[in-house]
Design a binder for this molecule. Structure first.
Ligand code: GDP
Length: 306
């Protein structure tokens, strides 16, 4: 299992020089160091407004102790991320159903399978649904993953109506008494109206089989594209509401600072983070571990517990 520290190494590499200097003991914080810090935080895709607030706070604390400055920065970053607590998988009436959405290549299929693995480890019976009926490869990939994590999967034929597959998957989840259905969908851009309509059809179809379904709609964001992923999520959310964010490929990203923007602008919780390619590498999003790994405060290890 990957650690937060190793997953955030690329972003940290970018900021560690200036963060180190800003929190060096002895002497007041000088203008050059502050400017350098501002620049590197922006390069790591920390939102502009937040960077402004952080720098102003540090300016006020310029002459204070380095520890006080570091604690102030840490508190502001943690407050920005908020604390939604771990995701509650348990659901009273029938299987909990989660729709996985996002653009192609963001990490949806891999994430759907990893979520099934997390659910299993939490003692639940997950079922996967392959709603990417456009590409045979999409379903094949999910089947291979389902085998690997030891989870059943409902697959539609290539070219089939995704809404029909969604109904079948929901039906199978109820019939087999699954605790959770994780339904992977085809990659779509929020700007492609027919595909967004299809998503609404998928939702309606699930709710026909089980009232209230899908209970969750999670967007998978590719962390390597930083701020652009936030823009995608914002526009997607306007077109079709999402209830949670899963951030994939944090380990390959040098722009992890965009997550502060997700928390602040979107008003949707970041629930899980992909810290690597293995099934164990999807962990509940943990704000203190994220911030501490970013600031280099202590060794932070991801926890597999849901
Ligand atoms: P989809 O098109 O959205 O379904 O994306 P896939 O699930 O096929 O993932 C695209 C690529 O990203 C694959 O090569 C995955 O192995 C890779 N990937 C997904 N999540 C992670 C992650 O957390 N870390 C790393 N390093 N790679 C990931």
């Amino acid at each position: 299992m990957a650690s937060w520290k190793s997953a955030l190494a690329r972003t940290r590499d970018k900021i560690k020089g200036s963060v180190g200097r800003a929190f060096k003991r002895g002497g007041p914080l000088d203008e050059v160091t502050l400017e350098e810090l501002e620049e590197t935080l922006l390069q790591a895709d920390v939102p502009v407004r937040l960077v402004g607030e952080l720098i102003r706070t540090l300016e006020k604390e310029r002459k204070g102790r380095a520890e006080t400055r570091q604690a102030a920065l840490r508190t502001m970053l943690l407050e920005t991320l908020g604390n939604g607590g771990p995701f509650q998988w348990r659901h009273d009436e029938g299987p909990l159903s989660i729709l996985i959405v996002g653009v192609n290549g963001s990490g949806k299929t891999t994430t759907a399978a990893k979520l099934a693995h997390v659910a299993k480890r939490a003692g639940l019976r997950p079922l996967l649904g392959a709603g990417d009926t456009f590409r045979a490869a999409g379903s094949d990939q999910l089947k291979i993953w389902a085998d690997r994590v030891g989870c059943d999967v409902v697959v539609g034929k290539t070219g089939a109506d995704a809404a029909a597959v969604a109904y079948d998957a929901m039906d199978a989840a109820v019939a087999r008494d699954a605790d959770v259905l994780i339904f992977d969908t085809a990659g779509r851009m929020h700007t492609r109206e027919p595909l967004m309509k299809e998503l609404e059809k998928v939702r309606r179809s699930m709710s026909k089989r089980l009232e209230g379904a899908p209970h969750q709609t999670w967007i998978v964001l590719d962390a390597t594209i930083g701020q652009n992923a936030l823009n995608q999520a914002r526009q997607f959310h306007e077109a079709s509401p999402i209830s949670g964010v899963v951030v994939a490929k944090l380990d390959g990203s040098a722009k992890a600072g965009f997550l502060f923007g997700v928390a602040r602008d979107l008003g949707v919780p970041v629930l899980f983070a992909g810290l690597g390619e293995q099934e164990d590498d999807l962990v509940p999003f943990d704000a203190p571990s994220f911030v501490d790994a970013l600031l280099g405060i202590e060794e932070a290890v991801g926890s597999p517990e849901a």
